[in-house]
Design a protein around this ligand. Structure first.
Ligand code: GDP
Ligand code: MG
Length: 442
């Protein structure tokens, strides 16, 4: 998928603005990439049309390349398609909250039952008291499985056996939960390999009995194109309030995630990311968009960058650049900020379009960062604030070289680099009169 989208962005290199003509090919790649990620065809069609319309209308944004614009639009639309925000679970205003889990066999319902109980129990105050109801009467092993998982997470399991109708188990279980003042009741149910009438009828009976607060459809992230039909059927037949996407730790690209909201109007609320009981998390549409696009977690990159360089710092820096006062102190702050953002490799990996960076290149970048720091550290405060002093005086450069154990050539390079950075940053900010790089006097 990544390759498909990368070629989509690459086709826009050198273009000035997104037009009806030049997005045709990239949009074809995006369409193919989404289909390869198992997003269902009607969803893809609608998506491509929406994005194309928007892209042609955006016009030129200074400093933003058209391929970056298209990445942004595609990513925003994906996030929107998946519901935009994190969707919380709903809790009953009074009495126990009842959560009914449904889904095909093997998707992870029984596992999710116990994971969800642990998740709710561990949540910040007040953690909820939970009870599990074993409702899979077709496989005795399924009841044992839930009992074992219940023990693992230390949550009681209501299990009565297999010779009794699921709706009756539900009725008794709920009664028990009310008696014990349990906050949340989670009912596990049986699944079939395919949707069948008996299963649906049974589920309807269970739902009628429980009057659940949440009916969550458990969907395996590996489900391909069928996800749309599956979600539609369960939603029409039973009525769901949301979905849980499991096995996201696998190598599926998660295209099923895109279909859920689009065909049912109901959000994915949680995701399963492994076989351990702790592996259940809220569903973050933006992270999922990143995964589907295969272009790294752009959002967390932006957040990290913001965290590192707080707003005031950024404004202060901007003023300095505008007045060409960007000095070695700022230079140091900048390079250290980059270092703090985690290893270079991680940062570079998060930037879309960076492609593969070799470990050798990363080591090289980290090494030159250390060299720069060593030289700046031995500069006098005056020299740091007025890089011109170093540009004008070979003697000063020589001293810096000696004290930092670097060569004079390295010091000259650093000084030149600072002035080049001033120019680049000024251009970046769109200031018309660019600064100039002084020739170093000898
Ligand atoms: P059910 O038939 O829907 O109740 O499915 P189960 O809960 O019995 O799960 C079927 C298999 O999938 C089990 O081996 C689980 O350990 C595994 N499984 C469930 N959720 C996940 C997940 O998020 N990641 C991984 N890797 N495996 C999972
Ligand atoms: Mg099961």
């Amino acid at each position: 998928l990544t390759t498909g989208l990368e070629s989509a962005w690459n086709k826009l290199k050198g273009e000035e603005v997104l037009t009806k003509e030049n997005i045709v090919e990239p949009m074809r790649d995006i369409r193919r990439a989404l289909l390869e990620a198992d997003v269902s065809l009607p969803v893809v069609r609608r998506f491509v049309q929406d994005v194309s319309e928007q892209a042609v209308g955006v016009g030129v944004i200074r400093g933003v390349r058209p391929d970056q614009q298209l990445v942004k639009i595609v990513s925003d639309e994906l996030v929107k398609l998946m519901g935009g925000e994190v969707s919380q679970l709903t809790f009953a205003k009074s009495g126990p909250t009842v959560i009914l889990l449904a889904g095909l066999q093997g998707v992870g319902k029984t596992t999710v039952s116990a994971k969800l109980a642990l998740y709710l129990k561990k949540q910040a105050s007040p953690g909820k008291s939970c009870m599990l109801i074993a409702g899979d009467v077709y496989r005795p092993a399924a009841i044992d499985q839930l009992v074992i998982l219940g023990k693992q997470v230390d949550v009681p399991v209501y299990a009565v056996g297999t010779d009794i109708k699921p709706a009756e188990i539900a009725r008794q279980g709920l009664q028990e939960a009310k008696k014990k003042n349990v906050d949340v009741v989670i009912m596990d149910t049986a699944g079939r390999l395919q949707i069948d009438k008996t299963m649906m009828e049974e589920l309807k009976d269970v739902k009628r009995t429980l009057n659940p607060t949440e009916v969550l459809l458990v969907v395996d992230a590996m489900t391909g194109q069928e996800a749309a039909a599956l979600v539609t059927t369960f939603n029409v037949e039973i009525g769901i309030t949301g979905a849980i996407l499991t096995k996201l730790d696998g190598d599926s690209r998660g295209g099923a995630a895109l279909s859920v909201k689009e065909v049912s109007g109901k959000p994915i609320k949680l995701v399963g990311r492994g076989e351990r009981m702790e592996d259940l998390e809220p569903f973050y549409p933006d992270r999922m968009a990143g995964r589907i696009l295969g272009m790294g977690d752009v959002l967390s990159f932006v957040e990290k960058a913001q965290e590192v360089m707080r707003q005031e710092d950024a404004e202060d820096l901007q003023k300095k650049i505008m007045s060409a006062k960007f000095d070695f102190n700022d230079f140091l702050k900048q390079t250290r900020a980059v270092a703090r953002m985690g290893s270079m490799s991680r940062v570079l990996g998060m930037i879309p379009g960076m492609g593969k960076v070799t470990p050798a290149q990363i080591r090289e970048a980290e090494k030159s960062l250390l060299i720069m720091e060593a030289m700046i550290e031995v500069m006098t405060p005056e020299e740091r604030e007025k890089p011109e002093l170093l540009a004008e005086s070979p003697a000063r450069r020589k001293r810096v070289a000696q004290e930092s154990g670097k060569t004079e050539q390295q010091v000259s390079q650093l000084v030149a680099q600072l002035f080049q950075m001033r120019v680049r940053m000024k251009n970046l900010l769109g200031v018309m009169e660019g600064g100039s790089v002084p020739a170093l006097s000898n």
